[in-house]
Structures are given as structure tokens and as C-alpha cells.
Write a protein that binds this ligand. Structure first.
Ligand code: GTP
Ligand code: MG
Length: 460
């Protein structure tokens, strides 16, 4: 990874808007910007962290492209810890593209996704957990996810991990003293006290973090609600009604939806990933078959299936077969088209779908939808009490590492209980230390870093 060159990127989304920001970072950030920037004032005072009004000109034609505000921020008090220049220009896709081109001609290189934050990490301004907080903050879909991300960004997890590492180092030091002076082993280590420290200061906080991942996950990743049913029962209509927008195409033609459609719906502060699917039925059409394969994939991943039935028509073989496919997954049966005369017997329903939740609604009139939303919220909060939403929540990558560290330490605990030699114990502790080091970005392999920063957008 090179950090000696100067990178440039559009740091705001490309599109029409009031202001767009182009950012430069690297040793030649100011020099590069000055090639295309002319200050308005005849005797400009260029001070760090101050705005300066001026124009962007094409250095060859001297033609003015835009009127902008330029901020020069001298290293190290910057996002990347390098020299940074930000150009506040007007946000138009074309004007911004031209300014970027001029900067590249002046010697800058276009930044890769996440490269500014990568530099902040490589230059030691933030650790890896804070960098992950940046991505989570940008992608947060609920208030809780936002809080969780902000805490990561503030370095709360880093602090916790540092404390765990310190506690581990002190336990390790005791072991090493015992290794160096084997004849005094017993006086140096008091196994009971050592084990208590391991349990109380290290294993318990580790456990808490791992649990917080599970408890906080729905707020970050969303809870998937998958709408399934044979063609034409009103799945897309239901999605649209819940979202209050005409997101999916609705027609009286069976087989309208060919692909899965996914949108987020916030209910009680929880992001539900609402997924409309292609109706399942026997079909020889290859496009439909591909769509149905996706539906099956979503069924497998769903946290709750909303199985839609058209109650204005008798149940048929397709409903029954579909039910066979989903009956072992968490599901509710929704009786749609309540605005039309009922054509299924209630007795038949409870015979075909034993022990299920039934809800009656009309995706056309909206009847029953509030009840559905309430029930979904209740269902979620039964398993995730509102009072215990954790605020410091590791990411999946972090949780996996925490689990590995826990495993090594549990091993160490067992060995200590059995009186195994301190050399072996030290190995397990070292292993846990290495794991926690890679969690915060010390000696993290390049491919892992690449994986993490590729989740960023360009310009961040
Ligand atoms: N009367 C009535 N018609 C409905 C209701 N919900 C949906 N429809 C109609 O049923 C037809 C099919 O609706 P869609 O939402 O496209 O059904 P779908 O299940 O997504 O169908 P596919 O995508 O083909 O699998 C449309 O003509 C809708 O207007 C309802 O509650 N009442
Ligand atoms: Mg549809």
C-alpha cells in the first residue's frame, strides 16, 4: 500500500445539488490544487483550516469552470493525517467530473473506495474498529445502528480491547516469571487468583461483547420478512402498501414479479428488510424458474415468512405445495383480498394450516395492515426486549475474532485447572493476544484490510 502519492475523489454523491466536495489527500495536495485554483483576493492569506474563496480554472485555457471555496488542512490535524485539501464546488455531475480531471492532470491519482479512511488507519489516526465504525455509520438504517456505529467510531471498542490486552499481558507476565524461575513456580502463581482474574477481567467482558453482537445485530442488519405465495395473491401489493410507495409492479397477470425486491421498513425503530418474491408455482419458463430459485433462497434466510393466500378463491394445489415448502420455517398465514367475498372455509384453513397465526387483510384497501405491523413489532420485541438494546456492538468480523480469543482462553483455563505447565498456558494466552491485536488492526493481514475497505464508497 502506497501513501506517498496524492489522491483525489468526489466525496459527496454525484448528482445535482447545492454543494459538492472534492477531496485531495497526500503530500502534494496543496500544490496540486493550486494548479487549478485562483484565489479571489489579490493578496490571499493561505492559512490552514480556513476557507478561501476563488475560482477553478483550466490551466491551459484559463477558462473559469466554477466558483469555489477551498480549504487547506495541513497535516497532521486532518482526516488522513496527511495534507488535505477540500474544494467546495457546485454539485453538478459534469462540473465535478471536469474538476477531478483537472486535478488528475495536475498530478493527483483517483482514490480507491475507502482510501482516505485507509490512510487514516495506516497513519495511525484511527484503529480498525473505528474504520469499521465509519462504514457502519454511513450505512446505518436505524437509530440504534447509528448509535452503535458512533460508539465504534469514538473508539469505545478499541478501549475495551486495549483493556483486555493489558489484563492478558499481566497474566502472561505471571506465567513468564514462573517459566523463568521454575523452582519458585508455586509462590509466583496463585492458580486460584490467576483463574479469577482470567474469568472476571477477561472472559466475562469477552462474553458480554459476543452477546452484544447477537442482540445488536437486528438493528444493524435488519430482520428479514419475506412475502411468499403463489402468483397473483397480492404480494407486491402488500409490499407497496407497507412501504407507502409503488415500489413493485402490480398487475392482474400472474407471474408479474420475476425477481426479489428488497426495501427497508422501520417499525418501532427496528429495520425490517421487507422482501417481495416471485410467486412459486410449477413453471417451465426459464426466467420464472430463475426467479423462483431466488425466492427459495430468501425463504431459507427469512426470519419470518408472510405466507399470502388469496381468500377470495378456493385454496388450490399450489397453495398446499408451497405450504409444504415453508411449514418448518417461522411463518404466518395472511389472508389477503378481504375486500372481496370470502371463498375459503375457515374449517378448511385450520385443517390445511394447523397451528399458525392467521391475519386477515386487504392490500388494496389497507384494512388489517396496522394490525400486521403491530403484530410484527410485538413478535420482534418478544425475543429482543427494548430495555436491553446494547450500544457497543462488534461487527461480524470482530465477533468471530472475539470467539477465537475466547476459545483459546477457555482452553487456558482448563489447563490451569489441571495444573499444566506454564509454557503451554502462555501459548494460549499469546494466541488470544494475537487475535485481539488483529481485531484492532495490528498485524491484520492485507486481504482482510482489503475486504474491509472495499465496503466503503469512493471518496470516503
Ligand atoms: N380486490 C383486491 N385485489 C387485490 C388485493 N391485493 C392485490 N390485488 C390484486 O391482485 C392482482 C395481483 O396483485 P400483485 O400484487 O401483483 O400479486 P403478486 O402476488 O405480487 O403476483 P405475482 O408477482 O404475479 O406473483 C392485482 O390485480 C392486484 O390489484 C386486495 O387486497 N384486494
Ligand atoms: Mg408480484
Amino acid at each position: 500500500m502506497v501513501t506517498h502519492d496524492t489522491i483525489a475523489a468526489l466525496s459527496t454523491p454525484s448528482g445535482e445539488g447545492g454543494i459538492g466536495i472534492i477531496r485531495l489527500s497526500g503530500p502534494r495536495a496543496l500544490e496540486t490544487a493550486q494548479v487549478i485554483f485562483t484565489p479571489r483576493s489579490a493578496s490571499p492569506s493561505l492559512k490552514t483550516h480556513r476557507l478561501l474563496l476563488g475560482e477553478i480554472r483550466d490551466p491551459r485555457s484559463l477558462e473559469v469552470l466554477d466558483e469555489v471555496l477551498l480549504t487547506w488542512m495541513r497535516a497532521p490535524r486532518t482526516y488522513t493525517r496527511e495534507d488535505v485539501v477540500e474544494i467546495n464546488c457546485h454539485s453538478g455531475p459534469l462540473v465535478m467530473k471536469k474538476i477531478l480531471e483537472l486535478l488528475v492532470r495536475a498530478g493527483a491519482r483517483l482514490a480507491e473506495p475507502g482510501e482516505f479512511t485507509l490512510r487514516a488507519f495506516l497513519n495511525g489516526r484511527i484503529d480498525l474498529t473505528q474504520a469499521e465504525g465509519v462504514i457502519d455509520l454511513i450505512q446505518a438504517k436505524s437509530d440504534q445502528a447509528l448509535t452503535q456505529a458512533a460508539r465504534l467510531l469514538q473508539g469505545e471498542l478499541l478501549e475495551k480491547i486495549e483493556a483486555l490486552r493489558e489484563a492478558l499481558l499481566s497474566l502472561l507476565a505471571q506465567l513468564e516469571a514462573a517459566i523463568d524461575f521454575p523452582e519458585e513456580e508455586l509462590e509466583i502463581i496463585d492458580p486460584a487468583a490467576w483463574l479469577e482474574e482470567l474469568g472476571g477481567r477477561i472472559l466475562r467482558p469477552l462474553e458480554n461483547l459476543i452477546r452484544a453482537y447477537e442482540e445488536g445485530r437486528p438493528y444493524r442488519e435488519g430482520v428479514s420478512l419475506v412475502i411468499v405465495g403463489k402468483p397473483n395473491v397480492g404480494k407486491s401489493s402488500l409490499l407497496n402498501r407497507l412501504l407507502r410507495e409503488e415500489r413493485a409492479l402490480v398487475t392482474p397477470v400472474p407471474g408479474t414479479t420475476r425477481d426479489t425486491i428488497e426495501e427497508t421498513l422501520l417499525l418501532g425503530g427496528v429495520p425490517f428488510r421487507l422482501i417481495d418474491t416471485a410467486g412459486l408455482h410449477p413453471s417451465a419458463d426459464t426466467v420464472e424458474q430463475a426467479g423462483m430459485a431466488r425466492t427459495r433462497q430468501k425463504i431459507a434466510e427469512a426470519q419470518l415468512l408472510l405466507f399470502l393466500i388469496d381468500r377470495s378463491e378456493p385454496l388450490d394445489e399450489r397453495d398446499r405445495r408451497l405450504y409444504e415448502e415453508i411449514r418448518d420455517r417461522p411463518h404466518w398465514v395472511l389472508l389477503n383480498k378481504a375486500d372481496l367475498p370470502l371463498a375459503v372455509e375457515e374449517k378448511e384453513l385450520s385443517a390445511v394450516f394447523p397451528q399458525t397465526v392467521f391475519l386477515t387483510l386487504s392490500a388494496r384497501t389497507g384494512a388489517g395492515l396496522e394490525d400486521l405491523k403491530d403484530r410484527v413489532g410485538e413478535w420482534f420485541f418478544q425475543g429482543h426486549p427494548r430495555e436491553t438494546v446494547p450500544t457497543l456492538v462488534p461487527t461480524l468480523r470482530q465477533k468471530i475474532i472475539l470467539e477465537k480469543a475466547r476459545e483459546a482462553l477457555q482452553q487456558a483455563r482448563e489447563e490451569m485447572e489441571q495444573g499444566v505447565s506454564p509454557e503451554f498456558l502462555a501459548l494460549y494466552l499469546q494466541q488470544a493476544l494475537d487475535e485481539l491485536g488483529s481485531l484492532i488492526g495490528r498485524s491484520t493481514p492485507d486481504d482482510v484490510l482489503e475486504e474491509i475497505f472495499s465496503r466503503f464508497c469512493i471518496g470516503k
